[in-house]
Design a protein around this ligand. Structure first.
Ligand code: OOG
Ligand code: NI
Length: 304
């Protein structure tokens, strides 16, 4: 190998995290309060369960394009998910080493949208005639790191944004925010007693003024009961459109995940428990509700 995959992956993850931290005020607010409560000594003690991205399912973009970045770094594609109502596909990706976060990548099934919404999206992505990831030197972490925040298509007009918003809030989010990091996820089961259940951690979050996504209940629980998730709702932030118009739109958010020990490992002493002993992967029904962290019905809850 002619480069150090691990340190390059660290650089890429840092490049993703820095702008996200600056635009999502909840990130520092939560880590500062966790330090104050003695849950962690510093932000880097937080175990990141997974990160998530959104894409447009059109030729040269979508999951098939975006995943190449992380496959290059040794991530493995795992189970698919399908969200009929929201018109989305997704996969999760297992990291090369368990100290790295899992990745969740979804894409909009653009062909399932109305002709009008499709023609708006196609207008923006039409100039993209090659997979933009193919043009990257994937071994160069600086180049990859800046790719996520680089415009791949023109900013939308406010009118196009609003038309998309009416039909698919996901479509509107991606057409404006592109490959911005959608969320990172704090591993709750890794925290000290008193904070390591989602009930306790959610109570802490609400005590510091974090508004939680309530779609389907604040705690989303997998069918086997072993993966429980909650998330903040994204803040509405001022956005300037290509025609100079401005409007407040939803940005990114923070997620919280509690993964329980699998039944066959229940007898292992607590200090010997590691990631392989806990519930892995994702859960469609949980994810379906977590997507709504950027949807107006939820984001309007933080607007009081
Ligand atoms: C992803 C929502 C799903 C999870 O952990 O199930 C998800 C998104 O909002 O793009 O993050
Ligand atoms: Ni997530």
């Amino acid at each position: 190998m002619n480069f150090d995959k691990d340190s390059s992956l660290d650089k890429i993850l840092n490049a993703l995290f820095e702008p996200y931290k600056h635009s999502v005020p909840e990130v520092n607010k939560i880590s500062d309060a966790m330090i104050e409560k003695g849950m962690i000594a510093e932000e880097s003690d937080i175990i990141n369960d997974h990160i998530a991205f959104r894409t447009l399912g059109v030729p040269n973009l979508g999951i098939a394009s975006f995943e190449k970045i992380f496959l290059h770094y040794g991530y493995k594609r795992r189970e698919p998910y399908y969200f009929q109502e929201k018109k989305l596909n997704a996969f999760w990706y297992e990291p090369p080493v368990e100290t790295y976060p899992r990745i969740f990548i979804s894409e909009l099934r653009v062909e399932d949208l109305s002709p009008k919404a499709q023609s708006i999206i196609n207008k923006y992505v039409e100039p993209i005639t090659e997979c933009p990831v193919d043009g990257l030197d994937l071994d160069n972490p600086e180049e990859v790191g800046s790719f996520f925040y680089k415009p791949l298509w023109d900013l939308p007009t406010l009118e196009d944004y609003k038309t998309l918003l009416q039909e698919s809030e996901y479509a509107a989010w991606v057409i404006y925010n592109r490959y911005y990091l959608n969320h990172y996820t704090i591993s709750i089961h890794e925290l000290p007693d008193g904070y390591n259940t989602l009930e306790q951690f959610n109570a802490f979050l609400e005590s510091i003024g974090i508004v939680l996504n309530s779609a389907g209940g604040k705690i989303k629980t997998s069918e086997d009961g072993l993966l429980r998730q909650s998330s903040s709702v994204s803040k509405m932030q001022p956005a300037t459109f290509s025609d100079g118009e401005t409007m407040r739109i939803s940005g990114s958010y923070v997620e919280f995940a509690e993964r329980s020990v699998l039944p066959q490992f229940k007898s292992i002493p607590k200090e010997q428990i590691s990631r392989e002993h806990r519930r892995d992967g994702f859960e469609s029904a949980n994810a379906d509700k977590i997507f709504e962290s950027t949807y107006l019905e939820q984001t309007s809850m933080a607007e009081v």
